[in-house]
Design a protein around this ligand. Structure first.
Ligand code: ADP
Ligand code: ASP
Ligand code: MG
Length: 407
């Protein structure tokens, strides 16, 4: 008997009928002779709705109470799915993350999983149950409830697959696999049959929200096969796996667009050792994740430092920056929320040259100005004006002939 971990995302459990269809699919897999652990997200947009609700009550809610609130979403769908399975005549039991021993660090709203004590799940499986687990949540060693960051149910699923030594992990969603670009933005995008952990890791971190990036990190570390599949269609989906030599033939595997970042620029910072260290240490202490950083020396022996942060951390970042701007000897600070980051990703880039030039040329042809650039061995990212993001991503997708019409 194989143990499989399945995860169903928010839209897949978005209403009663969908939950019932998920229940049928789960029961079918069980009747084919598998042991099943099923991770669920909150129904539809429930997490967003809970966030809006909190904003009406308090503009700066504490992270602990946010976690108390957001963790309830997944608990609704877990119980409803267990009931739907029971209605089909199979045994099912639902559990919260804390109940199944998902232990995290103490960073509320973006906690990392430290350990999983899967004994309770094992016991329930031995008793013949289909085990349903609420995604996106855990608890600290001092019994505080935490959540794992937006999209974190994927992480719950892959981490459970590791802890339970599952044969594979299936991520069921509203697309039939991973595409060369978000099919909602680039209609011509093509489904990828196999992709390496490193490529989807980059794509996920760069804005392709089809997979949560830390879930892929865990998959890569423990070499867990992950399938991304449509929850209401049969089909092989996309397999996320180790890099193969064949993959290197493809220079660019996919493109991603992130519209959830904002840019902060600090002008006229004193040009002396330790200034950048001081700034970014303070941002780290303030629990702000910084993404791209650019520093430019001016002619007057000062530097301008620009960096990007997630929009939902912008307020926190500005609080930190405004507090230390004087110590840095800086002249002024600006913020810009109207930015988009576009990225191209491919393991084949390691072995090919001239890729950046092609990307920049494609943007120039569309008269799109590049504001910031960053690269790694397998990716190139550019920041452009926010309103140009979608047109830019389509232009790049076409430049690298990633679409269906490429043959
Ligand atoms: P779930 O609620 O199931 O977790 P998400 O909304 O988090 O679903 O992820 C699925 C969505 O990811 C798709 O509807 C699609 O619009 C988007 N997406 C972004 N980039 C890609 C990509 N490269 N391939 C497939 N889907 C993508
Ligand atoms: N419900 C959470 C979110 O919307 C977690 C998830 O769906 O993965 O971010
Ligand atoms: Mg998701």
């Amino acid at each position: 008997m194989s143990l499989i971990v399945q995860k169903y995302g928010g839209s897949s459990v978005g209403n009663v009928e969908r939950i019932q269809r998920v229940a049928s699919r789960v029961v079918k897999a069980k009747r084919q002779g598998n042991k099943l652990v099923v991770v669920v997200s909150a129904m539809g947009d429930m997490t967003d709705d809970l966030i809006s609700l909190s904003e009406k009550i308090n503009k700066k809610p504490s992270d602990r109470e946010m976690d108390m609130l957001l963790s309830t979403g997944e608990q609704v769908s877990m119980a409803l799915l267990a009931m739907a399975i029971q209605a089909l005549g199979e045994k099912a039991m639902s559990f919260t993350g804390p109940q199944v021993g998902i232990i995290t660090d103490k960073y509320h709203t973006k906690a990392r999983i430290l350990d999983i004590n899967a004994e309770r799940i094992q016991k329930s499986l031995r008793e013949g149950n289909i085990v349903i687990v609420a995604g996106f949540q855990g608890k600290t060693i001092s019994e505080e409830i935490t959540t794992l960051g937006r999209g974190g149910s994927d992480l719950t699923a892959v981490a459970l697959a590791k802890a339970l030594k599952a044969k594979y992990c299936e991520i069921f969603t509203d697309v039939d696999g991973i595409y060369t670009a978000d099919p909602r933005v680039v209609p011509d995008a093509r489904k990828i049959d196999q992709i390496s952990y490193d490529e989807i890791l980059e794509l996920a971190a760069l804005g392709a929200k089809v997979m949560h990036s830390r879930s892929v990190e865990v998959g890569k570390k423990f070499n867990i096969p992950i399938y991304v599949r449509h929850s209401e269609q049969e089909g092989a989906g996309t397999l996320i796996t180790k890099e193969t030599s064949r993959m290197e033939d493809i220079v660019v595997s996919g493109v991603a667009l992130a519209e959830d970042e904002a840019k902060i620029t600090i002008f006229g910072v004193a040009d002396k050792p330790g200034v950048a260290a001081q700034l970014f240490a303070k941002l780290g202490e303030g629990n702000v994740n910084v993404d791209m950083i650019i520093q430019n020396k001016t002619q007057t022996n000062t530097t301008d430092i620009s960096f990007t942060v997630f929009k939902n951390e912008l307020r926190r970042a500005m609080d930190v920056v405004n507090k230390i701007v004087k110590q840095l000897g800086a002249q002024s600070v600006t913020r810009d929320e109207d930015i988009a980051k576009l990225s191209i990703v491919g393991v084949g880039m390691k072995a090919h040259s001239g890729i950046a030039a092609r990307m920049f040329r494609a943007l120039a042809k569309k008269k799109i100005n590049i504001d910031m650039i960053s690269t790694s061995e397998i990716k190139i990212s550019c920041v452009v004006e926010g309103s140009k993001g979608k047109a830019a991503i389509r232009a790049i997708h076409q430049e690298f002939k990633l679409g269906k019409q490429r043959k």
